[in-house]
Structure formats: structure tokens, C-alpha cells
Design a protein around this ligand. Structure first.
Ligand SMILES: Cc1cc2nc3c(=O)[nH]c(=O)nc-3n(C[C@H](O)[C@H](O)[C@H](O)COP(=O)(O)O)c2cc1C
Length: 327
């Protein structure tokens, strides 16, 4: 299948954009385990307009991760267009507009999911970005602002009309934030509309091969986007692909595999953003990489307070040695 001129396999498995998570090191790891398309975390248009160094850095890409999309968000159409042109200078394969972020500091300004309350602005922003973009423009959104305003069906058509090349739909409303369940029936309705010819990707609550197949079968979407379940578990892409192809569940990664990938993630992060930030930010990932390992707690405490790379690597070595021995 294709998004604009970007060729992807049928039913691409897509790494969802996630702030502080889908940085380049993690994108590369997900890619290796079978993600067909990866997205940067969202980048604020207002920051790009002001050339904020930290935001520019978020758009640094490497060849090995292609195809890769950069996602931007903002509330002001003019700033979004300027931001889009700066994002395009980073040479992504796809440019994505975030219309789904539910966080208060984002929606209070009219950005992210607040775009669903002002579909005219949402469509205008997408249209203006499409006009200046030499790359396919996609939109990621939710199904509506709240249960009384499920607008994604109408919005999808209008976005397609102005030249948006694909749509990713997280099946929750903004009001739900991350509670309840993603409503894949609404996603299925958008996909079932014969007037919609651009790819529709479904997102929300995919956690395994089985959930992927169940959502895919009931919705008929063109691809699946996976967010939280990939954190600390990049193997999910391989697991889903294997299940879709064979109906078999793959064996989970061994402790050695988990330690190896976590260690590599750590090394790459130090190179990418330095030791200080890595020591702090990898803390979110350890608990996910080692979820379910009996007796992980003492290692966790040590990892959470480690003050140097050397210390982290020693704890990981210890975890591998001691836990593998007990298997
Ligand atoms: C930590 C975190 C950060 C996120 N950051 C972004 C973001 O930058 N842009 C975006 O479009 N969605 C963001 N999301 C939403 C995810 O892309 C995804 O839509 C959501 O988690 C639902 O999918 P899932 O059930 O597979 O996790 C974020 C989610 C999480 C948990």
C-alpha cells in the first residue's frame, strides 16, 4: 500500500508518535523488530517558529529509520505552515499534523484534540500544509471531542478533499483522555465509507497479536498504529506480524534479550541526548522492559537511583546474570 509516494507493506504496523518515547533510538529499535513506519514525538509549531533548539533536535532523523514521519502540533494556522516548512527541511518521508492530543496545556490553546471542536480550522490547517508540502501530509486525530460530538466521519472526508494522504484515528474522544476503551466501531464506520479512498489507520488498545487481529478484522482498516504497548516491548511488532501471518503466538523475549535491547537503548540514548538526560528519562522504560519479571523490584530501585552509565550497565549485567540463572 502507499501513502502518497511512500510504499509500505499491506497492513503496515506503525509506531505511534509518543512524547519523550519515540525519539530516534527507540524508533530504530522498533524498526528492527518490524515497525513498518515510525513517527517522531510531536513538535510544537510555536517552538519551531522561534527556532527553539530542543524542538529542532527532535526532528533529527537517520536513514536507517525510514520511512519516518515528523509530527507537528499547534493552534495557529500560519505558525503551523511555517513549522511545517521547517519540519520538511529535516527531510521526513511524511509530515503528520496532530489533532488528537488531549493534554490540557495543549487543548487550552486550541491545539491537538481541540481542533476537533473547530473542524474548519483543522481542515484549513491541513489544506495550507498540503499546499506547501513536497511530502505526503497525514493527520492523526481522535473520534471527537466528547461522546456528543463524534465528528471524525465528516472531518475525514473534508481532510481527504484538501489533499491529506492518510488518516490515523485513535478511537477515543478527548473527554476520555486514556480511560475506557477505544471505540473501533467508529473507526470501522470511517473505513466503511466508500467515499473515503485514502488509507485509514486504526489506533487504540492494541496490545498483542490477538487484539491486533480482532481489531483489524472488525474494522477493515488499512494499517494498525501501536503506542503504549510498544514501550519497553518493541517485540510487539514482530509478535503482531507473526500472529497475522500464522495465527501463532510467538514466545516472549528472554531476559537476556530484554536486557540486551534495554542496554542498547541506553547506549543509543546517551549518544543521542547525553548521559544526564538518559539516566533520568530511561527510568520510564526500565519498568516496561522488565515488566512481569519476578523479583525485579530491587533492581528497579537501583536503576531508578543510578548516578552514572557505568552503574546502570552493571545493574543490567547483574539482572541478566542472576535472573537468567533462575530461569
Ligand atoms: C507517553 C505518551 C505520549 C504520547 N505522545 C503523543 C504525541 O506526541 N503525539 C500523538 O499524536 N499522540 C501521542 N500519544 C498518543 C498515542 O500516539 C496513541 O494515540 C495512544 O496512546 C493510543 O494508542 P495505544 O492504545 O496503542 O497506546 C501519546 C501517548 C502516550 C502514552
Amino acid at each position: 500500500m502507499k501513502i502518497g509516494n511512500v510504499i509500505l507493506p499491506d497492513i503496515p504496523l506503525i509506531l505511534a508518535p509518543m512524547e519523550d518515547v519515540t525519539e530516534m533510538p527507540f524508533r530504530l529499535i522498533c524498526k528492527r523488530f518490524g515497525a513498518d513506519l515510525v513517527f517522531s514525538e510531536f513538535v510544537a509549531s510555536e517552538a519551531l517558529v522561534r527556532n527553539v533548539e530542543k524542538s529542532i533536535r527532535k526532528m533529527r532523523l537517520v536513514e536507517e529509520e525510514r520511512p519516518v514521519g515528523i509530527q507537528i502540533f499547534g493552534h495557529d494556522v500560519d505558525s503551523l505552515v511555517v513549522a511545517a516548512s521547517k519540519a520538511l527541511e529535516a527531510n521526513p518521508d511524511i509530515l503528520d499534523l496532530n489533532c488528537g492530543c488531549p493534554v490540557k496545556k495543549v487543548v487550552s490553546k486550541g491545539a491537538g484534540a481541540a481542533m476537533l471542536k473547530d473542524p474548519d480550522k483543522m481542515v484549513r490547517a491541513a489544506a495550507e500544509i498540503v499546499k506547501i508540502s513536497n511530502k505526503p501530509v497525514t493527520v492523526k486525530t481522535r473520534i471527537g471531542w466528547d461522546a456528543n460530538s463524534i465528528v471524525v466521519g465528516d472531518v475525514a472526508l473534508r481532510l481527504q478533499d484538501v489533499g491529506v494522504s492518510a488518516l490515523s484515528i485513535h478511537g477515543r474522544t478527548r473527554s476520555q483522555m486514556y480511560t475506557g476503551l477505544a471505540d473501533w466501531r467508529v473507526i470501522a464506520d470511517v473505513k466503511a465509507n466508500p467515499a473515503i479512498t485514502i488509507p485509514v489507520f486504526g489506533n487504540g488498545d492494541i496490545t498483542s497479536g490477538e487484539t491486533a487481529k480482532e481489531r483489524l478484522d472488525m474494522s477493515g482498516v488499512d494499517g494498525l498504529m501501536i503506542g503504549r504497548a510498544a514501550i519497553g516491548n518493541p517485540w510487539i511488532f514482530r509478535d503482531i506480524r507473526h500472529y497475522l501471518q500464522t495465527g501463532d503466538v510467538m514466545a516472549p523475549p528472554t531476559i537476556k534479550e530484554r536486557v540486551d535491547v534495554c542496554r542498547e537503548h541506553f547506549y543509543m540514548s546517551v549518544e543521542y541526548k547525553g548521559e544526564k538526560r538518559t539516566l533520568l528519562e530511561m527510568r520510564h522504560h526500565y519498568v516496561k522492559y522488565f515488566k512481569g519479571i519476578v523479583g525485579f523490584k530491587p533492581y528497579k530501585m537501583k536503576l531508578m537511583t543510578a548516578m552514572s552509565s557505568q552503574e546502570v550497565l552493571e545493574i543490567l549485567d547483574m539482572l541478566e546474570r542472576e535472573k537468567n540463572e533462575k530461569l
